[in-house]
Design a protein around this ligand. Structure first.
Ligand code: ADP
Ligand code: MG
Length: 332
């Protein structure tokens, strides 16, 4: 079990309403990612669910029961902290065993759970080592192991990979996704990184200033962003957002087109000049200056030979143009 429902959840610190009011339903077994810029309230929301912060008003239900006033230990959830939260003087095994010992679990059962978690996380050969004798990724796995043995109804992760280098982050991202596939337990994962959100989530919750901007699957948000904020936040490089006369022609305050949805052609709708070009091998990204418009980013073939100063024509692909109104919301 691991269904979590937030109803009109509000959180203020003093006079500051960090979370004005949130309604959200997380289904049992879902992998949900809270994503948004730094300071938008992701950690606060996760801590409210964990019980590490009190709600100012509203209710939190876990598996159909009101958990709003339950202490963290009674909620059946496990928060995964970053690797530095391990006890340096204890072996991997003792680190993983620790929460079970504290809970007074039968030692035979506790040993069994540790062995199970170590096997899932490929830590079996490292159980006698100290955290200092492990790589960053292995330490992170120990921290996850400590959560797994408690058999929680949901795992809560707060930016668990932000201390790791880029290559390790990609590896751990895949490991956590695989872990979710094998455990099938609800996971709530907080990140400011939209790539992590896109690659890991069943459901993404995009937050800005304590408000939910949109909830949906990665591809729903990519294809049908509800507003300019989500349009600009999901997808890399970000969607081009164009205002002024070009938008007015489309009866919109803003139009949006993703870099991968532009076609280069001599007779293109927009005529400009190549500014910066970034050659990544697989792709080339061009910044194009079009008179009277914001600079446009275009994704092109990796072998493209256009250089700084070359003239270029661009056209949006059919059906790929997004239109937004004065309030920033997507127009029908
Ligand atoms: P995020 O995790 O998205 O970066 P946080 O949830 O940590 O954002 O913070 C959201 C806002 O709440 C920030 O403006 C932060 O300064 C404020 N905040 C967080 N915790 C406290 C606190 N204990 N007291 C006062 N303000 C806080
Ligand atoms: Mg945070």
């Amino acid at each position: 079990m691991g269904k979590i429902v937030l109803k009109s959840v509000h959180k203020s610190f003093g006079d500051v309403a960090v979370i004005p009011s949130i309604d959200l339903s997380i289904e049992d077994g879902e992998f949900v990612v809270f994503v948004g810029p730094s300071g938008c309230g992701k950690s606060t929301l996760l801590r409210l669910i964990a019980g590490l912060e009190d709600t100012t008003s509203g209710t939190i239900e876990i598996d159909g029961k009101d958990a709003t006033d339950l202490p963290p230990a009674k909620r059946g959830l496990a928060m995964v902290f970053q690797s530095y939260a391990l006890y340096p003087h204890m072996s991997v095994k003792k680190n993983i065993l620790f929460p079970l010992k504290m809970a007074g679990m039968d030692p035979a059962e506790a040993e069994k759970r540790v062995a199970g978690a170590a096997s899932v996380l490929n830590l079996t050969d490292y159980l006698d080592r100290k955290p200092g004798q492990l790589s960053g990724g292995q330490r992170q796995r120990v921290a996850i192991g400590r959560a797994i043995v408690r058999e929680p109804s949901a795992f809560l992760f707060d930016e668990p990979l932000s201390n790791l280098d880029a290559a390790l982050r990609v590896g751990m991202r895949q490991e956590i996704s695989e872990l979710h596939q094998s455990l099938k337990t609800t996971m709530i994962y907080v990140t400011h990184d939209q790539v992590e959100a896109m690659t890991m989530a069943d459901k993404i919750v995009v937050l800005q200033a304590g408000r939910i901007e949109q909830v949906g699957s990665p591809m729903e948000l990519y294809r049908n962003p509800a507003n300019t904020f989500v349009a600009g936040f999901i997808g890399s490089p970000r969607m081009n957002l164009i205002t002024g006369p070009e938008a007015q022609k489309q009866k919109a305050a803003t139009i949006g087109i993703r870099p991968e949805h532009l076609v280069i052609s001599e007779k293109g709708t927009w005529q400009g000049v190549v500014g910066l070009s970034e050659h990544l091998g697989s792709d080339t990204f061009l910044k194009v200056a079009v008179p009277g418009m914001e600079p446009i980013t275009v994704r092109a073939d990796g072998e493209l030979t256009l250089r700084h100063g070359d003239p270029i024509g661009l056209s949006p692909m059919d059906g790929k143009l997004h239109r937004f109104g004065n309030d920033g919301k997507t127009l029908a």
